[in-house]
Write a protein that binds this ligand. Structure first.
Ligand code: HEM
Length: 569
């Protein structure tokens, strides 16, 4: 007799009920018993003094999945209040230890390879999408070399070419896409800006980094493959990778086809390059760069390595940049006076005597557009696309006294002099987005104030609105400490509350490209349009709330902006 039959036989009330009624009663009894046991174990079992405090939760296994998943920032701030900067929560059976604040980010991002490992966490969901032999499918030292290859393709020469290409793609889009085509000067209409930014991001990335073959195929087979591949990037796959779901079969098929597509590009270019009298490569894209690179041992990259890296760049840049661009345009739509400031800056820098605007160019856009730059920076402060960055703990990690002191203040268990230990087997989680909106570091932390990034400056529009003079740059201060993991010196980010691109060996290599892409797209849109979030009755509406259910933090739909074509455009 199994345990259920015995339980039924031993319980007179159950024995007399029909089977259909017995099952739900047993399930409910089981759930209640496990909740009671779980709560009792948290309240009454003795706890290790060195273990971080565990976030109280009713349901075993599920743990804090719902509160964390629905709104991670509210969850982190509540836990910080109750437990301090270091605490553990249960997420679908896994123990996740969070380390908040600049010191927490430093502990995780700059942890030793022998202590923390990103590959163990990311590999199961990422490798089926990106492909084999690169990124998280190879030892970290090899990945660091691959990051060096990519970095060597982001030269000023290439970036200079990209500005013109991005302007061209954006102009074409504004002219031909049904969302924008047909706008007459001075006329207004609503536009789904999230959809527009997704399309503009892939159009401009494929024209520049990905190369002309990818761009030409974007309207054909490539878009479908991209869509299916992207379907593999779900929070569910992070938690339970490898489920036999239709979306995962589609992902695998798309991965094979896309890898083959890149290999064919490489083969064609090799054949063209080795043809007699062939010109040296005129391509400024990343495929051309990767085809020229060699590992330290002199070996060139294989076709598979090239395709995996190209897919990685495509996917890593798409959601992050399109989400950031959407948030920036939406934030501007809630403060249209800032749009005017960006436009005025364009006129100041690029204005011609006849009233027209010179084309954007790399040199000036890099150094002479502080307002545009500040808008992107402030957008990334309030809306970093990635809220949780994880590593697997490979060996017990002692928490530095300065960080655990914060936990001691509220966590009650540790005594002075006792060290907190994050145990081997936990995942650690850095959430630099928490310190980026923490009022401890930023005056008016919940306000979108690009002026805080302008040296001693305050924007005209903010002055009008009585905005606080920005001494807030104290939050923007970053450490000058750098370290080289094999792909160039990079700031450790130690002690910075602002790390939208991460820090340490896994820091983003796309930052420069993302700024260039976003800045160029936004400036081109500002040159052509004015807009606002329509709040009805001529009022300005509110920025949409964040949606945390996908892999990056997106604005909740609808994301409509009321766009008006400039008379001057
Ligand atoms: C890594 C953010 C755009 C390529 C990262 C990380 C963050 C980040 C936070 C660190 C991940 C971790 O520590 O686990 C962003 C943001 C972007 C952006 C906010 C845009 C606004 C891009 C673009 C590319 C790119 C455009 C490619 C062209 C990468 C790569 C890594 C990375 C290759 C390295 C992953 C690793 O070493 O494990 N990014 N990213 N990113 N990003 Fe970006």
């Amino acid at each position: 007799m199994d345990i259920f039959s015995r339980a039924i036989a031993a319980t007179p009330i159950l024995r007399d009920l029909p089977v259909a009624a017995q099952v739900p009663i047993i399930v409910i009894a089981f759930v209640v018993a496990s909740v009671v046991l779980n709560v009792a174990s948290q309240l009454f079992l003795p706890k290790s003094r060195s273990a971080p405090p565990v976030v109280f939760h009713y349901f075993p296994i599920i743990g804090s999945a719902i509160t964390y998943g629905m709104d991670p920032y509210t969850f982190f701030f509540d836990c910080k209040e109750k437990y301090g900067d270091v605490f553990t929560f249960v997420l679908l059976g896994r123990k996740i230890t969070v380390a908040l604040g600049p010191k927490g980010s430093n502990l995780i991002f700059n942890g030793k390879l022998s202590e923390v490992c990103a590959e163990d966490v990311y590999n199961p969901v990422i490798t089926p999408v990106f492909g084999k032999d690169a990124v998280y499918d190879v030892p970290n030292a090899v990945f660091m070399e691959q990051k060096r290859f990519v970095k060597s393709g982001l030269t000023s020469d290439n970036l200079r070419v990209y500005v013109g290409q991005i302007v061209d793609e954006t102009e074409q889009f504004l002219k031909n896409d049904p969302k924008f085509a047909g706008f007459k000067s001075g006329k207004s209409a609503p536009v789904d800006i999230f959809k527009a930014m997704c399309e503009l991001t892939i159009l401009t990335a494929s024209r520049t980094l990905q190369g002309e073959e990818v761009r030409q195929n974007l309207d054909k087979s490539f878009a479908g493959l991209y869509h299916d591949l992207d379907g593999g990037f779900t929070p569910l796959n992070f938690i339970m990778p490898g489920l036999p779901l239709p979306a995962n079969f589609k992902r695998d098929r798309a991965q094979r086809k896309m890898a083959q597509f890149y290999s064919e590009i490489v083969a064609k270019r090799r054949a063209a390059g080795s043809a007699e009298g062939a010109e040296p490569s005129q391509h400024h894209d990343m495929i051309a760069t990767l085809m020229e690179q060699k590992y330290k041992n002199g070996r060139p990259l294989t076709d598979t390595e090239i395709s995996t890296i190209m897919i990685a760049l495509l996917m890593a840049g798409q959601h992050t940049s399109s989400a950031t661009g959407s948030w920036a345009l939406l934030r501007l739509g809630s403060k249209p006076e800032l749009i005017q400031e960006i436009y005025d800056e364009q006129v100041r820098v690029y204005g011609e005597p006849d009233g027209s605007l010179r084309p954007l160019d790399y040199e000036t856009s890099k150094s002479s557009l502080p307002v545009l730059d500040a808008v992107i920076r402030e957008t990334l402060r309030m809306h970093p696309p990635l809220h949780s960055l994880m590593r697997r703990v490979l060996q017990d990690i002692p928490v530095p006294p300065t960080l655990s002191a914060n936990t001691r203040g509220t966590g009650l268990r540790q005594k002075e002099g006792e060290t907190l230990i994050i145990p081997k087997g936990h995942n650690v989680l850095a959430a630099p987005g928490v310190s980026a909106i923490d009022p401890t570091y930023w005056p008016d932390a919940d306000q979108f104030l690009p002026s805080r990034w302008l040296e001693g400056g305050i924007l005209k529009s903010e002055e009008k609105n009585g905005g606080a003079k920005s001494e807030a740059t104290k939050g923007a201060a970053t450490s000058n400490e750098t370290v080289d993991y094999g792909w160039g010196a990079v700031s450790t980010g130690a002690n910075s509350p602002y790390l939208p691109f991460g820090a340490g060996r896994h820091r983003c290599i796309g930052e420069q490209f993302a700024y260039l892409q976003l800045g160029t797209i936004i400036a081109t849109i500002v040159r052509n349009f004015d807009w606002k979030i329509d709040g009805g009755d001529g009022k300005i509406g509110k920025t949409p709330e964040p949606d945390y259910t996908s892999m990056v933090v997106l604005p909740k739909l609808p994301c409509d902006l009321l766009m008006t074509k400039r008379e001057t455009a």
